[in-house]
Design a protein around this ligand. Structure first.
Ligand SMILES: [Zn+2]
Length: 512
């Protein structure tokens, strides 16, 4: 029998293929890209090119209405498409303009398109969903006194929106945020259009990134905010977002950023993005975060000496987040085991800045780190092969071994190859991997090139050893002191008597 109507035939074939899909495909399951520390993070088979994220905010008790539109490219034939997503309800999904079936499997949202997607073809995904800011202690949305901010590192972007939640898949972002009258919404990148009036007195704000970004670095701030614009080195637009009520008090801190950027540029080269600024939130997060072009800080950090935060320490933390814009944001880690490349470098420039202020010398900080290094390695694993976080401890990966324990590797490298070669490594690292991802082996290769000899045998024990190798140039450091301090209290110092401990070592678990 031949079907005479092409429309009928098409309908029947579509129905048959749906039946076939239903009959053949096994139950959906969460997938990952094989990250040792987060096995189900990211998804195989496609490359995301851009996210277009629309969010409508009402208040902190109500899930936001959201539409996530993804432009991607299929890398393999796909009968199913896994996205990472949890903490929201999905209303509908489309793949290449046609409705797709959707199911949850673990923390994955699994789409079954009406027609399998061929390899090397464009893949357009639209998901209508909610994004729930409540119960966000494990990351994603951060509730502030006057609205919301975002803190997705390491694995929490998919608590906000469906995505390929791994830094190995960077993409461009557009944000369209609608918020009620009186609120201001800001996101990574530059304003894409003037704020536009929407129904019921609400306003829509649009932002676009001009550089690709990892999902963990996305930032959306909604609050009673003041947005302050000024100009940094070579005309770089600076944009700070602070609670409107705190604007005057914070102004002296905001004025410091331009100088910090100049200081970093002298050491590693041009700032890598379209703009920069700090987002200071009325929230207690226990951490600061290098969200791309707009680093997130807790208000309390700027509360002054009385609260235990001397000026030099606060500035060093600001430089830490700024340094991440090069190390971690522009150059993102290929796997989460490469986290030491983010935190080791950010800690390095933080320590170097404090050294320059004459408050806490780099040599002293590194000598103290060296004494604790074996203990840190025992607790957290080697810097380039850290132990996974304990279940439910979102920031458990951010242990001293990837901060000062990793800065120690850079110190050892500088001692081994000399300051001039080390500086060339740093500059080439951020220039050659700009807007891309890179891993530990890339760093070893680059360091070897600049040293003019293979540094694998030298760096391997520093990166992967259970014990800390001898420090070149400091034979007197060669016997790490065995300490009995409880984990997390190792760096605690009485306020006012000695330099504030390195941020990663603070007793309250503050990480940067
Ligand atoms: Zn950091």
């Amino acid at each position: 029998m031949q079907l005479s109507s092409p429309r009928l035939r098409a309908a029947l074939l579509a129905a048959a293929s749906l039946t076939l899909v239903a009959a053949v495909l096994p139950p959906p399951k969460p997938l990952g890209i094989g990250d040792r520390l987060f096995p189900e993070l990211g998804n195989p088979g496609y490359d995301v090119l851009s996210y277009d994220l629309s969010l409508t905010y009402k208040d902190n008790r109500t899930p936001l209405d959201a539409v996530t539109a993804i432009e991607a490219r299929a890398l393999a034939p796909l009968e199913r498409i896994n996205l990472d997503f949890t903490h929201g309800t999905v209303a509908s999904a489309q793949v290449n303009g046609e409705p797709a079936r959707f199911e949850s499997a673990g923390e994955d949202l699994v789409l079954t398109p009406a027609h399998p997607v061929a390899a090397n073809t464009p893949l357009r995904i639209t998901v209508r969903h909610s994004s729930d800011p409540r119960g966000s202690a494990d990351g994603g949305w951060v509730t502030t006194e006057d609205g919301l901010a975002m803190a997705n590192q390491a694995d929490a972007a998919h608590r906000v929106f469906p995505c390929n939640d791994h830094p190995a898949d960077k993409a461009y972002f557009t944000f369209r945020i609608t918020a009620p009258e009186g609120y201001t919404a800001v996101a990574n990148g530059l304003p894409g259009a003037l704020p536009a009036a929407r129904a019921a007195g609400a306003t829509e704000w649009t932002y676009r990134t001009l550089h690709p970004m990892a999902t963990e670095l996305a930032q959306v701030s909604i609050g009673r905010s003041a947005v302050l614009h000024r100009t940094g080195p070579h005309g770089l637009p600076l944009r700070d977002v602070v609670p409107a009520a705190d604007r005057e008090r914070l102004e002296p801190w905001l004025l410091k950023t331009a100088g910090h950027i100049e200081w970093m540029e002298q050491r590693v080269g041009r700032y890598p993005f379209e703009n920069y600024g700090v987002l200071i939130a009325r929230a207690r997060t226990g951490f600061e975060l290098e969200t791309q072009t707009l680093s997130l800080f807790e208000n309390g950090l700027f509360a002054g000496e009385a609260e235990g935060y001397p000026e030099w320490y606060v500035e060093a933390v600001m430089v830490h987040e700024l340094a991440h814009q090069w190390f971690g944001d522009s150059v993102t880690p290929r796997t989460w085991s490469d986290l030491w490349l983010n935190e080791g470098h950010a800690t390095w420039y933080e320590a170097l800045y404090a050294d320059g202020l004459g408050k806490y010398s780099l040599d002293r900080r590194m000598r103290e780190a060296y004494q604790r290094s074996d203990q840190w390695r025992a607790a957290g694993g080697p810097p380039a092969a850290p132990k996974a976080a304990a279940p439910g401890q979102k920031i458990g990966l951010f242990r001293p071994v990837v901060y000062d324990g990793a800065a120690l590797i850079l110190y050892a490298l500088r001692e081994e190859i000399g300051t001039a070669a080390f500086d060339r490594v740093e500059r080439r690292w951020v220039a050659e991997h700009k807007d891309a991802t890179a891993g530990t082996e890339d760093f070893v290769r680059l360091a070897s090139q600049e040293a003019g000899r293979d540094l694998t045998a030298f760096l391997r024990p520093w990166l992967y050893g259970e014990k800390t190798p001898p420090m070149p140039g400091h034979p007197d450091w060669s016997a790490p002191v065995k300490q009995k301090a409880a984990p997390g209290t190792a760096g605690k110092t009485a306020p006012g008597t000695a330099p504030k401990p390195a941020p990663a070592q603070e007793a309250d678990g503050k990480t940067v």
